[in-house]
Unconditional design. Structure first.
Length: 251
């Protein structure tokens, strides 16, 4: 099946504040899209609109459509839990659950009834291997996840996200709280995963966007100013505002 991710006329309000304004875009599948722009421009709001996490804030109002494989995830009757299974999220700071390493990875699969206990063990191992963590933790799977280093915790959270086999992974400044070596490890993992998943990342780091992105969205004051393939975007931006922003950030 050919997957797709399309946004049409998306508007978001926090109370009276109009945070996202008429955003329409088709995001490339099995590639990394980086969302860049100054603080407060709507990057994280846009990201969280893609899996309905915004609804956790009762002040939020959303209008428009986010279509995953042609289905509007905001349509009446859509199962929000199913949406958040198909569209995983890796947050800015590692957030291991207060349980063992094994149970962190198995948690989502248990919630969604994905396999017996016998199958779970194999899937936990598969997910931990996918993020390069298996060899580091295989002898202490019952140990508390909170005992892992920051970089290991973020890889564990990534393993937890992919264990439920999502189509799309959203990453909100997912290396910002890590040391440079751990951050480089997460970047390498994202590059490896892009052939299997559609990845959408928010980053303040232009150098990171240039290293990772196949496609770039530039946002400013809640509007989508410019978007396009990364090579073209960074070498020949069309919009004057984009050119000024990149010149200030790249130097």
């Amino acid at each position: 099946m050919q997957h797709s991710l399309a946004v049409r006329d998306l508007n978001v309000w926090y109370g009276e504040s109009h945070a996202l304004k008429n955003i329409s875009i088709d995001l490339p599948i099995h590639q990394i899209t980086a969302i860049i722009g100054p603080s407060g421009c709507g990057k994280s709001t846009f990201l969280k609109s893609l899996n309905r996490l915004l609804e956790l804030n009762e002040m939020v109002r959303v209008e428009g459509e986010v279509r995953v494989d042609g289905e509007n995830i905001y349509a009446p009757g859509v199962d929000v839990t199913d949406v958040r299974t198909r569209i995983g999220m890796l947050a800015q700071k590692p957030f291991p659950l207060p349980m063992s390493i094994y149970d962190n990875v198995a948690y989502g699969m248990k919630i969604h009834g994905m396999g017996s206990n016998g199958k779970l063990a194999g899937e936990v191992e598969r997910s931990l291997r996918a993020v390069g963590l298996w060899n580091e933790v295989s002898d202490r799977l019952k140990a508390p996840a909170t005992g892992l280093s920051g970089g290991q915790q973020q890889r564990l959270c990534l393993a937890r996200a992919i264990a439920v086999e999502p189509e799309i992974l959203l990453c909100d400044e997912s290396t910002a709280s890590l040391d440079p070596i751990a951050a480089q490890g997460i970047e390498s993992l994202l590059l490896e995963l892009r052939g299997q998943y559609t990845l959408v990342i928010v980053t303040h780091n232009i150098a990171q966007a240039r290293r990772l992105a196949d496609y770039v969205m530039f946002m400013w004051l809640g509007e989508l100013v410019e978007h396009g393939p990364a090579a073209e975007f960074f070498t020949n931006p069309k919009n004057e505002l984009t050119r000024e922003y990149l010149a200030r950030r790249i130097g």
